[in-house]
Design a protein around this ligand. Structure first.
Ligand code: ZN
Ligand code: ZN
Length: 226
């Protein structure tokens, strides 16, 4: 393993730093993993024929990840990178039977979450991260840090329950409940201070409370694993 790979893994496992987020550490990890991949892949697609061929063979990515790749590509890079794929699709369509199977055969061309390589890669990366974080939280030092953090979003809390047992499960539930109570109060304070035109008294925690509430309820907006 190269030094840079080791450095990346150490950073990913720096749970004290990861837990300092105001969002969900698992969402953040998945978002970062996807961004790192696309930053590399958009470059490979624009410059490497083997990458273009493999992208064509796997028929691209699911809609969400195709658009994510698009958002990190230039029109120039994309024009080079996608042409092997579109050429392959032109051939496939020319060879598609004109009978009642046409619908299902064409339907099978675009990738879905079930057969998207990026979805599978992120799912594995996420599961491994949740396991490592669970191990960290199961120890006293990790539990203390987690208690002071914003905690996980509910979808990731649910995943973590699958890999921990009591008393960690109880600890996670109590901490999450307390965090939701706290954010409820912060949103109410924010609204009351706005209504009373006492904006100057609004704290930083009250200022972003509604955003944190949403992230912890449904996961981060940019989260894109299946
Ligand atoms: Zn999350
Ligand atoms: Zn995907």
């Amino acid at each position: 393993m190269s030094t840079s790979q080791t450095a990346v893994i150490e950073k990913d496992n720096d749970f004290p730093a990861n837990l300092r987020t105001r969002g969900c550490p698992v969402c953040n990890y998945v978002i970062k993993t996807a961004r790192d991949f696309f930053a590399h892949w958009q470059y490979a697609l624009a410059s490497d024929e083997a990458a273009q061929e493999s992208f064509a063979t796997e028929l691209g990515f699911c809609p969400r990840h195709a658009w994510q790749l698009h958002s990190m590509s230039s029109p120039w890079g994309e024009s080079i990178g996608l042409s092997a794929l579109t050429e392959k699709i032109a051939h496939a369509l020319a060879n598609t039977e004109c009978d009642e199977t046409a619908s299902s055969n064409v339907h099978k061309i675009p990738r879905l979450r079930e057969n998207c390589r990026i979805c599978a890669m992120l799912k594995d990366a996420e599961a491994a991260y949740v396991e490592r974080l669970a191990t960290f939280i199961s120890e006293e030092k990790g539990a203390q840090l987690y208690k002071r953090s914003g905690g996980l979003c509910l979808p990731h809390l649910a995943r973590m329950f699958a890999v921990v047992s009591n008393p960690v499960r109880k600890f996670l539930l109590t901490t999450a409940s307390r965090r939701f109570e706290q954010v409820t109060q912060q949103m109410r304070n924010y609204a009351a201070k706005r209504e009373a035109l006492r904006r100057d008294l609004i704290s930083a925690d009250e200022e972003d409370a509604s955003l944190r509430a949403l992230v912890h309820l449904v996961g981060a907006e940019d989260y894109c694993a299946p």
